[in-house]
Design a protein around this ligand. Structure first.
Ligand SMILES: NC(=O)CC[C@H](N)C(=O)O
Length: 338
């Protein structure tokens, strides 16, 4: 194994810590469930990986200290503004965000749509707490910093680096509740590997991101209310009606199959649309396209389809879309663009 090459000038990488298992501690070295997430501070995370100093000048900031099931719109806005402020500084070359893995794909996709820089932004987590045998946090952090400081990652959009693999924010999803190889980009594929102290890219997303999006959160302190209604055998209109009564501006329907609408749900969604709620048809399946005018006549219902975005990512794009427009035609264009 070769040592990390020593570049003439090391990149400056800022680590923004938000919590999660990568900052978690367990009772014993074999505690890999039932540990406490978000207990170790950012400086301790950096100190645990002295190898970072060979590949970047790293500095750390503790932005939050939470388990990522508690991540929300408010935290996303705070985080995105901090990322944009740091990347606007000429002496910052890249950013790593340490994060719980449960919602890592959502934070990554949100940032993918609102970061205004081509500089690398890498979101990273761990599946085993810092106290575990073979904890994956240190190697993941090392690979994330390496990637964030690399020229190869410039302009690739927000990345999730874990388990020696680089995935694009738009496609990556958690596929296993506990294993270290949980993050995949089903069917469409990962972007590359981090191997031998180097980030290797083989593909890039064709969808627009970061500097090429139309979204600007710099003056926002809240996002439009958008919820997800999940569908399953025997589902009725209760959840959809409750969301509409609560005043949502948008609803993502996590339909079955290719976005099918059960007979009992369709009228509730149609009534929601009549009240001005923007409805996006997505699917709970996790892979594949929800096609416009496929399982429903979207032109007639005035619905939007999610294309290949899963429901939790469709929710993010719909929130940002609603900050710009209420036009379903425009919002559909965005779902085919980002
Ligand atoms: N592996 C993890 O990071 C899960 C821990 C926690 N539920 C979180 O998402 O922050």
């Amino acid at each position: 194994q070769t040592a990390a090459p020593a570049p003439a000038k090391l990149p400056n990488v800022v680590i923004l810590a938000t919590g999660g298992t990568i900052a978690g501690t367990g009772a014993t070295s074999t505690t890999t469930v039932g540990y406490t997430a978000a207990t170790v501070g950012v400086q301790a995370l950096i100190n645990a990986v002295p190898e970072l100093q060979k590949v970047a000048h790293v500095s750390g900031e503790q932005v939050f200290q939470i388990a990522s099931e508690n991540m929300g719109n408010e935290q996303w806005l705070t985080l995105a503004k901090r990322v944009n402020a740091l990347l606007a500084q000429p002496n910052v070359d890249g950013i790593v965000i340490t994060h719980g893995t449960d919602t890592i794909e959502e934070t990554a996709y949100f940032l993918n749509l609102v970061v205004k820089s081509k500089k690398p932004v890498v979101v990273v987590g761990a599946m085993r707490p810092s106290t575990a045998i073979s904890a994956d946090g240190p190697i993941n952090l090392y690979n994330a910093v390496l990637t964030a400081g690399s020229q190869e990652a410039v302009g690739k959009g927000v990345l999730v680096v874990m388990n020696d693999q680089i995935n694009a924010a738009r496609e990556v999803t958690k596929t296993n509740t506990v294993t270290t190889d949980t993050f995949k980009s089903p069917e469409l594929g990962m972007l590359g590997y981090v191997v031998g102290n180097q980030a290797h890219f083989y593909r890039a997303s064709t969808r627009k991101h970061t500097v090429d999006t139309e979204f600007d959160i710099s003056k926002l302190d809240a996002l439009p209310a958008v919820e997800i209604a999940y569908t399953y055998a025997n589902v009725g209109p209760t959840a959809v009606n409750a969301f509409v009564a609560a005043g949502v501006k948008g609803l993502v329907h996590a339909g079955v199959g290719d976005g099918s609408l059960p007979t009992k749900v369709r009228p509730a969604l149609s009534a929601a649309r009549a009240k001005g709620v923007v409805v996006v048809r997505s699917s709970r399946v996790g892979q594949g396209i929800v096609a416009r005018n496929g399982e429903a006549n979207d032109d007639e219902l005035d619905f939007v389809v999610s294309d290949t975005l899963n429901p939790q990512k469709a929710r993010i794009l719909l929130m940002l879309a609603l900050t710009k427009t209420g036009s379903t035609k425009e919002i559909q264009r965005m779902f085919y663009t980002y």
